[in-house]
Design a protein. Structure first.
Length: 539
């Protein structure tokens, strides 16, 4: 019922009216049985019973109209709930700290917002149909009580017993479906390795074989095992439910006359009731695993939603952003700043650093020395575990971070290139064209119809296009992580010896991670990092 409660809470569709329509639809379908049975008993060869015909027409019309409305509103309600969940969770994600998003991981986020929402969407019609079938079954069973108390008690006892056994099996299926959804998330992670690392795998057969056999294939086979086990459990449950109907009919036909003085017409009508509810009861029973999968999917989504509401994840979102403009800053400083990674507990810092407005500062050091982490702390992407981040004399509180980040345009090594200039309603296309020409991209792409015409560029060209976009944003500080690493020697020299001085002359502050020691002279300062700390002789 947790799933239905959440859908009721999230949807604007009147749940009470939907429930009433479901009941009316089930009643109408159940009444059809009584009308058909009575009409059959009163049938003659020489005339049509117009009273039963009219009642049949009214019942069937009521059933069709209400059934259509129930299914239509169920689909509308479910898609509305899914859209709201996707929008709300995506909004929470975009307003969360980078470290929180990295901790959740791309496979988990994608799995929750795509696979799990699709599971819920596909279950809507089946669950609504099952609810209507449940009402119809109740009506038919009550009708059977009017025919024969013995037949009613036998039917109730067998239905309750059968459903109890089925639900006991479903508890096993619930655990298996939980494991299946987790293995699907793991599968997405291995699939990202296969596609994102395709080039690396193509040139390294040992790596390709290792990933394929010990990761990708292992996860696929484990998924196969879990899903096969779950499917076989479902098959056993399905066969049990189908056999149950025949057992019920046999009991009514063979044992009812022994247990009760039932007339032939009563037995025939009771048998007709069972035959009439076979379809709806199959629908009801078949909807149980569908409901289970939908509930598991909803539990996954709500767990993600709940985690994003924890104090750790929501600390930044729950603070009203301060309306502050830091563009006229004099210096940015870190004092005793430390950062700890949640997954392995690795700590970097403490960092003590001051960057003055208009400076060109290079961060250098070996891999894993903390350069990128320092950049993320300095740009406000990471919140420090301890220490102070200051703009001039102002110590940053969480409320200041949104405004603080507005100082920076960033290009990290894992940068993403958008095809549009989002957040820039007024675009100076002539200026953008000049930047494309300056960065030797004017023959590769252009800006038309509000978007770039081509993003299928080399890594170096994509970085240069990202730089053009960053310059169009016209933020006071450019933060570049290994920007020149993928550039050809000619453009690399142009970047360091001509472009950086031009940016400095225009008032930009440039903070860059680099390994290009031959161009260290182009910086005002070169700061070296080792083992997660700044070499104090260079700070």
């Amino acid at each position: 019922m947790k799933l239905l409660h959440l859908i009721r809470k999230e949807s604007s569709v009147n749940f009470r009216s939907l429930l009433i329509l479901t009941i009316v639809s089930g009643l109408a379908q159940g009444v059809l049985l009584s009308i058909i049975n009575n009409a059959a008993a009163a049938a003659t060869f020489d005339q049509v019973n117009f009273r039963y015909l009219c009642l049949f027409a009214i019942a069937i019309a009521t059933f069709i109209i209400t059934k259509q409305k129930v299914l239509s509103r169920s689909f509308v309600m479910t898609e509305e709930v899914i859209a709201r969940l996707r929008i709300r969770i995506s909004d929470k994600l975009r307003r969360s700290n980078l470290a929180v998003v990295e901790r959740i991981g791309k496979p988990r986020i994608e799995g929750r917002l795509t696979q799990d929402t699709l599971t819920i969407s596909q279950s809507a019609g089946e669950i609504a149909n099952a609810a209507q079938s449940a009402v119809m079954i109740i009506v038919c069973v009550l009708y059977m009580a009017l025919l024969s108390k013995a037949a009613f008690l036998i039917t109730i006892a067998l239905i309750i017993g059968g459903i109890s056994i089925y639900l006991r099996n479903q508890r096993i299926l619930n655990r298996e479906w939980q494991a299946a959804t987790q293995i699907e998330t793991d599968f997405l992670g291995s699939l990202y390795h296969l596609f994102d690392g395709f080039k690396e795998l193509k040139v390294n057969q040992a790596k390709s074989k290792d990933l394929f056999e010990n990761e990708y294939s292992r996860i696929c086979l484990e998924a196969q095992r879990i899903k096969t086990k779950t499917s076989l459990e479902y098959v056993r449950s399905f066969i049990f439910s189908q056999t149950f109907f025949y057992v019920l009919i046999a009991v009514l036909v063979f044992l009812l006359p022994v247990l009760s003085q039932a007339y032939t017409d009563v037995i025939m009508k009771a048998t007709a009731v069972v035959l009439f509810i076979v379809g709806p009861l199959s629908s009801l029973v078949g909807a149980i695993p569908i409901y289970t999968r939908a509930r598991v999917a909803m539990d996954n989504i709500t767990a993600l939603d709940a985690f994003l509401d924890t104090e750790e994840a929501a600390s930044e979102r729950n603070v009203e952003p301060a309306k502050t403009d830091f563009r006229g800053f004099g210096e940015l400083s870190l004092t005793g700043v430390k950062f700890q990674y949640a997954d392995d507990g690795f700590t970097v810092g403490p960092f003590d650093l001051t960057v003055k407005a208009g400076e060109v500062v290079f961060f250098v050091g070996g891999n894993g020395s903390g350069k990128s982490t320092l950049m993320k702390l300095l740009t406000g992407l990471y919140m420090p575990a301890s220490g102070d981040v200051r703009v001039d004399a102002l110590r940053l509180q969480p409320a200041f971070y949104p405004a603080y980040r507005e100082l920076f345009s960033i290009i990290f090594t894992d940068f993403h290139l958008f095809d549009r200039l989002y957040g820039s309603p007024q675009i100076d296309e002539k200026q953008l064209a000049r930047w494309l020409q300056k960065l030797d991209l004017d023959q590769k792409t252009s800006f038309q119809g509000g978007r770039f015409t081509n993003l299928d560029l080399s890594t170096g060209q994509r970085k240069r296009l990202a730089l053009a976009v960053a310059c169009m944003e016209d933020r006071p500080v450019l933060a570049l992580d290994e920007f020149a690493a993928d550039q050809d020697p000619t453009f690399r020299a142009y970047f360091y010896e001509k472009l950086l001085p031009e940016l400095k002359a225009s008032g930009k502050t440039v903070i860059a991670v680099t390994h290009d020691d031959r161009y260290f002279h182009c910086a005002d300062r070169v700061i070296k990092l080792e083992y997660g700390r700044i070499d104090t002789t260079t700070a």
